[in-house]
Design a protein around this ligand. Sequence first.
Ligand SMILES: [Zn+2]
Length: 257
Amino acid sequence: MFSTFENRAIVSWDIVTRSDLHIGGRGSSGPSDVDLPVLRNNNDYPVIPGSSIKGVLRTELERLLRGCSVDVCTIPDVCYSSRWLSDNPERKGKEVDPCLVCQIFGSGGNSSPVRVRDATAAGKMTVVRDGVAIDRKTRKAAKGSKYDLEAVPKGTVFSGKVTVENCTLYGKEYARLGGLLSLVEFFNACAGTMGHSVSRGYGEVEINIKDISVISAEDYLNGKCSGTVYENGTTEYDEFVSLALDAWRACVSVKKE
Ligand SMILES: [Zn+2]
């Protein structure tokens, strides 16, 4: 799918926690007396895995596009996965474009145009909260159910990056990047969440884009390997982003049923 390098956009962002955030998982190396430690990197800084960020954004895009009457697949049965093919036998062996979600986040057999790196906290500070597991049937505290939950406190800044490979989609320049940017806007506007215990008020985050670098094959030819950098807060940034958003909206309009 990407045997030709046209261009690459590198979006640098901060993910700022608006409430306590708990993301645990394998590799957790928090205090051993905590039942549910947060996930940390090798240097002991809390991290939000790129796969979690991508998963949250992908699910949001699926729901959004369906709301716009665009036909899209549902993870894990993504376009051209074996389950998807058995549900859509008429498309087997045919060269059909994957849906718009897969055009951004990739599908079975295709490398993903969007790669999200882990976001790393600026500090190592965490808090430990008491938790009680509730028995679903009795709605009371389950026996022996008290546990400690380690969380990253509100106001923590995680820095990360996402790359978008070959930003043109259906001939619309920067549309693929525009798809990602529109998603970030929507995520923030809808008080997006990540991680666990969201129903108990954990995990509210905001994604703040710092800058976008765009590097094209032409830049490479001209020895301008750092490309063009658009810094948030400048007119150039606003103009570039609105160009990308318009291109994305044009793609969505074409795909409406
Ligand atoms: Zn798809």
